[in-house]
Design a protein around this ligand. Sequence first.
Ligand SMILES: Cc1cc2nc3c(=O)[nH]c(=O)nc-3n(C[C@H](O)[C@H](O)[C@H](O)COP(=O)(O)OP(=O)(O)OC[C@H]3O[C@@H](n4cnc5c(N)ncnc54)[C@H](O)[C@@H]3O)c2cc1C
Length: 413
Amino acid sequence: MPWGLLKYGLGRRYPAGPDFPARPEFKPRYDVVIIGGGGHGLATAYYLARDWGITNVCVLEKGYLAGGNTARNTAVIRSNYITPESVRFYKESVDLFNDLSGELGYNILYSQRGQLTLAHSDATVRTFRMRAEVGKLVGTRIEMVDRRQIREIVPCLNMDENARQPILAGLWHRDGATGRHDAVAWGYAARAAEYGVELHQRTEVTGLEVERGRIAAVETNRGRVRGGHVIQAVAGMSSVVAAMAGIRLPIRSYPLQAMVTQPVKPFLDPLVSSSGLHTYVSQSSRGELVIGGGSDPYELYSTRATLELKESLIAHTLELFPFLANLRLMRQWAGITDMTPDYSPIMGESPVRNYWLDAGWGTWGFKATPVSGKRMAETIAREQVPEILRPFRLDRFKTFDLANEMGATAASH
Ligand SMILES: Cc1cc2nc3c(=O)[nH]c(=O)nc-3n(C[C@H](O)[C@H](O)[C@H](O)COP(=O)(O)OP(=O)(O)OC[C@H]3O[C@@H](n4cnc5c(N)ncnc54)[C@H](O)[C@@H]3O)c2cc1C
């Protein structure tokens, strides 16, 4: 990271040009067509080119690059999940994030400051113990901490034993981090474009042609595109796009909201998250407090913000940090999150040959951007799903071989 910054500082050329290359006309055929110009689609394009030399690739984005959930998330990066399969997967992503600014020559404002998750009940303390042991087994930096240690890590937390939900213990994950979400996508886009990947913004996929069980072409608002392989990485529109190929995904889509306050002098270094209060808080590099919680309780394709959510998030945040009561809220927003039954993604093969899925990213997919891009590129290049992605295959819902992460995902994304 310091070398990356030094390179950035001394470089003669600003890493991103004023714009990405102008949108070209379609070629007759691409080796790979990527639907979705968010972090996942762009990272896949980059690793296809860098790791496998596959550059006859186009990314189709209906709006502008990183305008979907990539620009709407709260930027939490962590690997403290429940199942060893998930911990291994997200840990690989954290490892990739550690060097990403240097690798892309693009400052993603990566800041590894640790994440503290609070337990307010005996049952949560028990599951935290389990998560700590699984994490250590797989090699993440994670440990249980008691009330005294919590006071040292975040001195300004409300540790009142008579609080409505007193803090009993915590799970301290030193690898917890944040990064600038849209810069991650811009960095991947800039480097992928240098390899010759075509970025087609304002290009909406409207249909998928399947011939004899194999993907044949993609229809867009600008005409038809042929591709040897097609991958969808469209986050909150996964079911809608998959249905164009006749694929039904076990996904329900809910809005997820978040908000930021006015900037204040930095006082909160780690990320703080409470499963009992369904809220999490971090302080951005600009000093704003970034506050989030669980998804809305009903399915909807809408990115409106609601008063109910604002009230409950503020109330819960003030239980943890009562001294913030006079802070002003600056913005509130929402994205659409595609939730699977086990709160894990769906990655790899689909029932349509050469049509690949990177879907079901719910509330937790930003942190997985590097590993998803890298491993989906490998999957397509080798036409074989690597071991690390196998737990997330679509047919696990038929065999009931689930990777259940609800307890580690619901409130702290
Ligand atoms: C409020 C909020 C907070 C979150 N917080 C976190 C967090 O702290 N940590 C974390 O890890 N994750 C978090 N997430 C989840 C995370 O944002 C997503 O899982 C992740 O960004 C998904 O990336 P993506 O590239 O797959 O999707 P996106 O960034 O949404 O990109 C998909 C793209 O596909 C395009 N598209 C859709 N349909 C079509 C079509 N028919 N044709 C062409 N293009 C199409 C869209 O325009 C979009 O740009 C949060 C999400 C929200 C909404």
